[in-house]
Design a protein around this ligand. Structure first.
Ligand SMILES: CC(C)(COP(=O)(O)OP(=O)(O)OC[C@H]1O[C@@H](n2cnc3c(N)ncnc32)[C@H](O)[C@@H]1OP(=O)(O)O)[C@@H](O)C(=O)NCCC(=O)NCCS
Length: 193
């Protein structure tokens, strides 16, 4: 499956999960994200929420850039398959020769239904099966128990504590680092390495 997806002319996008589609932003998304930001809902949360909004605005102004195999980051809309409703954003960005970082944010009314885990699993699969990477990293604030649980469920393991790792909203945040290597993923999926 990996080889087939890697040759896909659209770079394996959109990503489909049982209940979600992770797709490039479309022109109408910017206004929706901006409204969510104004309401202070989950989708507005920095830093990913801010990046997602910036990308969505760029797409609204200039259209979606064409697929390029050199693409290094994928900021994607999280959309419910049923009803095509935009419920959040996620991203996967190369952060080393064969490594990527993942992130996700959902509007708070959609928390607690397993969507966060569905997104994380899909991004990990995309990293290994489509991008052919060797490891996937996620960084999560120590207070964020919900996201830590999502990472556990997606098969990542704790890889260290980073004190004062990031600064936003006027303060420093201690963060945990999580990782999954390709070999672990292959074993878990019953695939050859
Ligand atoms: C993190 C986020 C995406 C999770 O989405 P979600 O759809 O609620 O996640 P899921 O439903 O797949 O899983 C949540 C898990 O956390 C658990 N959980 C909820 N509150 C918790 C808490 N306070 N402590 C520990 N676990 C908690 C749930 O029980 C569930 O685990 P379970 O399936 O074993 O019961 C969502 O909360 C969000 O958008 N948060 C804001 C942005 C963010 O923090 N992004 C991550 C940055 S690294």
């Amino acid at each position: 499956m990996a080889a087939r997806l890697r040759k896909s002319p659209d770079g394996g996008l959109p990503i489909r999960t049982p209940r979600l589609v992770l797709r490039d932003f479309e022109p109408g998304d910017a206004a929706l994200l901006e409204r969510a930001a104004a309401r202070g809902r989950g989708a507005a949360m920095p830093p990913l929420g801010g990046r997602a909004l910036a990308v969505a605005k760029r797409v609204a102004a200039r259209g979606q850039p064409r697929y390029s195999p050199q693409r290094r980051s994928f900021e994607l809309a999280v959309v419910l398959r049923r009803g095509a409703k935009l419920i959040g954003a996620c991203d996967i960005a190369r952060s080393g020769p064969r490594r990527a970082d993942i992130g996700y944010v959902l509007a708070s009314r959609h928390w607690g239904f397993g969507y966060g885990t569905e997104v994380a699993v899909a991004l990990v699969d995309f990293a290994f099966a489509v991008l052919g990477l060797r490891e996937v990293i996620a960084v999560v604030a120590v207070e964020n128990e919900r996201s830590r649980r999502v990472l556990d469920k997606a098969g990542l393991r704790w890889d260290g504590l980073m004190r004062r790792h990031t600064r936003f909203a006027g303060r420093w945040w201690d963060c945990h680092r999580y990782i999954i290597e390709r070999a672990t993923w292959s074993e878990a999926r019953g695939l050859r390495r």
